[in-house]
Design a protein around this ligand. Structure first.
Ligand code: EPU
Length: 429
């Protein structure tokens, strides 16, 4: 297995391009199942999760082509995918595939909406908590789907098609909102989703669905209204920039020091995280080209943060912020409220010399003068990249094992950091 070796201490300077958002690209690709026409998606990041989802969609019969690279494009600029679900050969998504990427469970919504049936394996456990799918099932049932669990699979059937309904989510859920939206666009009548997730990726998917002929309004607010239509057509859509990648590299610059333009980044997508960084003493300067992030020699101030659904501080930046706060001048408190088991990075950060105390959902981080490089590993994507951030400031070498987690969600990570002056090397295993 590949490893990443980081020699800490180098500041970051220059321009770092931000890729298309993984968590928008995945549901957008799944939305291709809603039409027999071609959906063209631009700015799709080159990630292992995207490749895996192409395989899963291919298993259902979705054809895809990767549009050839255009002048000026490099391995670090997103790709354009054309997806065509004109002939679906199988409405079953098996365990071997779904268990490797939870989001692939969401195919259940377009499949049942367009074909009246779907059989999708329950995704099983995952490193950051139990992550059930009860609210996704609730949404489909509200729309009239009959759901049964058979041999570990969720089987959804709608002999008479889906019907618009009111769906009130008892808690905010990104996955539940995606599934409800993708099913309701082809339902007969009007659907109202209450307590909907407001994440920018929901808005991006709603925009794309509307280009395909859907009638979705209110995405980005807690109430989404969808008037069902009989069929959707093809469209072209560009994936929005990745706010989590943006926040991650902003924290990397804050950690290593320096001055970097995060090209294509959009501040409103992560205002709460940027506000936190400003509070910590980082210079954040949104420009037409992106977001400039700078920190001179001054130390970082500690912060108190609680993860929340959008527009609050994102859980997907919690590990990275914790890595940053290990070097703050004082004690920070970071509370994780979205996932119950998302502190797997704490023990690994401790191996680098961090002082972190865990008490239920609260991590208390006492800033230390220095971190020292060590071999570490991580069990999920965001935890892995928090170790990269720590490694950038640690003395000596930090070796990060299990790099496949990083490859799932960060496009060209070493190339982007190296170009800004970091000493990061991939060792093929
Ligand atoms: N939940 C339930 N029942 C459900 C669905 C969710 O109890 O049926 C719970 C979850 O267990 C969790 C909370 O509700 O405690 C929120 O889950 P949500 O559905 O919002 O998360 P998700 O859709 O599974 C997406 C992202 C995650 C991100 C979360 C929160 C994608 C592909 N994944 O997950 O991203 O952390 O929203 O913002 O969009 C990542 O990219 O590393 C990642 C984990």
């Amino acid at each position: 297995m590949d490893r990443i070796v980081i020699t800490g201490g180098a500041p970051l300077t220059g321009v770092l391009p931000i890729s298309g958002a993984k968590n928008a690209a995945l549901p957008l690709m799944i939305a291709s199942l809603l039409t027999g026409d071609t959906l063209e998606l631009a700015n799709v990041p080159r990630l292992a999760d995207v490749q895996l989802l192409l395989r899963i969609l291919g298993n259902h019969g979705v054809d895809h082509t990767v549009v050839g690279r255009r002048p000026g494009e490099s391995a670090e600029t997103g790709q354009t995918l054309r997806l065509c679900a004109s002939t679906i050969i199988d409405t079953t998504a098996p365990y071997e595939l779904v268990s490797r990427m939870r989001a692939s469970f969401w195919v259940i919504a377009p499949l049942v909406a367009r074909f009246g049936e779907a059989r999708v394996s329950l995704p099983g456990g995952c490193a950051i908590g139990t992550r059930p799918v009860d609210l996704l099932i609730l949404a489909l049932e509200r729309l009239g789907a009959q759901i049964e669990i058979e041999a570990g699979d969720v089987v959804a059937r709608t002999p008479k098609g889906l019907k618009g309904a009111e769906i009130v989510f008892p808690k905010v859920t990104v996955s539940g909102t995606h599934v409800a939206m993708m099913a309701a666009v082809l339902a007969n009548g009007t659907t109202v989703i209450e307590n909907a997730a407001r994440e920018p990726e929901i808005v991006d998917v709603a925009d794309c669905l509307n280009k395909m002929g859907a009638k979705v309004s209110g995405a980005g607010t807690p109430t989404i209204v969808i008037e069902g239509v009989p069929r959707l057509g093809g469209a072209r859509h560009e994936v929005l920039p990745d706010r989590i990648e943006t926040g991650t590299y902003a924290m990397a610059v804050a950690m290593a020091g320096g001055d970097v333009l995060l090209e294509n980044a959009r501040a409103p997508l992560l205002q709460s995280a940027l506000d936190t960084l400003v509070q910590a003493g980082v210079t954040i300067d949104p420009t037409n080209a992106g977001i400039r992030v700078a920190r001179n020699g001054a130390g970082l101030d500690p912060v108190d943060v609680t993860t929340e659904p959008f527009p609050g501080f994102p859980t997907d930046l919690q590990a990275q912020l914790m890595a940053l706060m290990t070097r703050a001048k004082g004690t920070s408190r970071i509370r994780e409220t979205i996932f119950e088991n998302r502190f797997m990075h704490v023990q690994e950060l401790a191996r680098l010399g961090a002082r972190i105390r865990l008490d239920g959902d609260l991590a208390t981080v006492e800033g230390v003068e220095r971190l020292r490089g060590a071999p570490v590993m991580a069990t999920d994507l965001r935890a892995s990249v928090s170790l990269v951030i720590a490694g950038l400031a640690a003395e000596g070498e930090t070796t990060i094992n299990r790099v496949y987690h990083l490859d799932r969600g960060f496009e060209a990570l070493e190339a982007k950091l190296t170009r800004c002056g970091a000493q990061v090397e991939r060792v093929r295993g």
